[in-house]
Design a protein around this ligand. Structure first.
Ligand code: ZN
Length: 301
């Protein structure tokens, strides 16, 4: 038992020091915070208590390693190293909770949400959808790299006999507001939400979305029929080589939040476009699901 005694002492000591440091830091932080926010002292004391309580509740439930006990403090512990006792921490039930689904509700608006102060990036990739809107004043204009990639793609398409046109790219917040209001007036909110974004939620506001059609075949612009044309099929098969992905594929409405749009492409760069294309994924799935859930990317495709 000598070994256990020594470990126990070490744990006590470490725990004591850790607790002292944590409390000192929290008090200092709390004081600075209170000063900066000019808050009611009673309120900040309550918050501080909440913070301290939070620290306790996240104490690890592991049976080893000189960590702060979950409750009671070292002196209240019975025999110290009993794994059952140490492991019966208050946070044990948390481990049984299922992982939250990162795609849960992603295709739907949250009516209580306000537009954020900053746009959302995952691994450096800008996202704009019904769950991750943009600030109203986010107005980067058409992305120059996307335009360059489109021109490159249009040149390749020309060699195959198609004259591509990008008939809608960057769209500012105010313009989206006008469009959406018109659609709602015509079709009602529920129907309009299936094909048009509310202002702040449009990918066109990122400057990275390109609505693509064929010159002199305007009857297919922004229509399902574009997907049936040779140019539409060419795009579907080739856009990823130039850094574009079909953003709203068939059958993914619950994830992207929009019905299939054969003409709406999103610039993500060649590397990412190749991966997403080979996995037959949406941008949401690629960015939000952990690796392995949808299988590895094939870099040769
Ligand atoms: Zn579009």
């Amino acid at each position: 038992m000598r070994r256990f005694e020594a470990r126990k002492d070490k744990r006590k000591k470490t725990a004591g020091i850790t607790a002292a440091v944590v409390i000192a830091l929290l008090l200092a932080g709390g004081a600075a915070w209170t000063g900066a926010h000019d808050w009611d002292l009673k309120e900040s004391a309550a918050s501080l208590k909440g913070v301290l309580g939070g620290t306790e509740s996240v104490a690890p439930s592991g049976t080893d390693g000189g960590k702060v006990p979950a409750s009671g403090g070292p002196s209240a512990e019975g025999d110290g190293d009993d794994p059952a006792e140490a492991g019966g921490g208050t946070d044990a039930p948390d481990q049984d909770l299922p992982e939250p689904d990162p795609l849960e509700g992603i295709g739907e608006y949250d009516d209580n949400r306000e537009l954020p102060a900053e746009p959302t990036y995952f691994d450096g990739v800008l996202i704009a959808n019904k769950k991750y809107p943009l600030p109203a004043d986010f107005a980067p204009g058409e992305d120059p790299a996307a335009r360059e990639a489109f021109d490159e793609m249009a040149a390749a398409a020309r060699l195959d006999g198609f004259e591509l046109a990008a008939f809608s790219t960057f769209r500012p917040f105010e313009r989206q507001q006008e469009l959406y209001d018109q659609y709602v007036a015509r079709d009602g909110v529920e129907e309009a939400d299936r094909y048009s974004a509310r202002p702040g939620y449009s990918e066109h506001q990122t400057g990275l979305a390109f609505d693509i059609g064929e010159v002199n075949r305007e009857q297919h612009w922004a229509r399902d029929s574009f997907g049936e044309t040779e140019a539409g099929k060419w795009l579907l098969a080739n856009a990823h080589r130039f850094g574009f992905i079909l953003r709203y594929p068939e059958g993914k409405e619950d994830i992207t939040g929009y019905m299939h749009e054969s003409w709406h492409y999103r610039y993500v760069g060649k590397e990412l476009a190749a991966k997403i294309h080979s996995k037959r994924e949406t941008l949401e799935e690629y960015l939000l699901l952990p690796d392995g859930k949808t299988g590895p990317a094939d870099p040769d495709k």
